[in-house]
Design a protein around this ligand. Structure first.
Ligand SMILES: [Zn+2]
Length: 197
């Protein structure tokens, strides 16, 4: 029987994506064994994340400044906008270092099953950004899942009447593939071979 403290930590960790109760217990054990070496470092990192991070009011990225480093960087091409489902996808694409424009984070994807509607995402804000002008190309970089593609089609339709070129990642991406899990070469390839919607 584990102590209350250990149980509390295990159940907090078990809520992390990709970590079930079993892995959470293993992680707790790992941390207990290293509570003098690894734990202080982890605590500092967690506190920095808690205290220092904000959501970018322009693109939805998470960073230490608002606007985020990408939105504020004058070397980035303001005429190209890449639309992603989540911040993790933005980070994955930016790691591939091929896209030099800016981003827009939707905050999820449309899903009839989970009851996610267009107004639950930042699609309205995306349309406002495009309507404000100065953007030539919108790259739809949704995941190659059914819901990702439904979302891409919906956005492409909403952008139809605006003076902007709409492209989509080439799906050398495996069907069902999520951007965050792609290696950088595959992502770069999909971006390079993007095509009009
Ligand atoms: Zn930003």
């Amino acid at each position: 029987m584990a102590s209350q403290e250990i149980e509390a930590l295990a159940s907090a960790l078990a809520r992390l994506p990709g970590l079930g109760p079993r892995s959470a217990r293993r992680a707790v054990l790992w941390l207990i064994k290293r509570r003098e070496s690894a734990l202080p470092q982890l605590l500092v990192a967690l506190e920095h994340v808690r205290a220092g991070l904000v959501e970018c009011s322009v693109c939805g990225n998470v960073d230490t400044s608002n606007p985020c480093g990408i939105c504020a960087d004058p070397r980035r091409d303001a005429r190209a906008l890449c639309v992603v489902e989540d911040v993790a996808d933005l980070w994955a694409l930016d790691r591939a270092r091929l896209f030099t424009g800016r981003y827009h984070v939707l905050g999820g994807r449309l899903s009839a099953l989970e009851g996610v509607r267009p107004e639950d995402l930042t699609i309205g804000r995306l349309l406002e950004r495009v309507q404000a002008g100065g953007i030539d190309e919108v790259v739809l970089a949704m995941n190659a899942t059914l819901e990702g593609q439904t979302t891409a089609h919906y956005i492409a339709e909403r952008l139809e009447d605006l003076p902007v070129r709409v492209t989509q990642l080439a799906h050398g991406l495996p069907v069902g593939g999520e951007l965050d899990y792609m290696d950088e070469g595959t992502l770069a390839q999909a971006l390079r071979a993007r095509r009009p919607v």
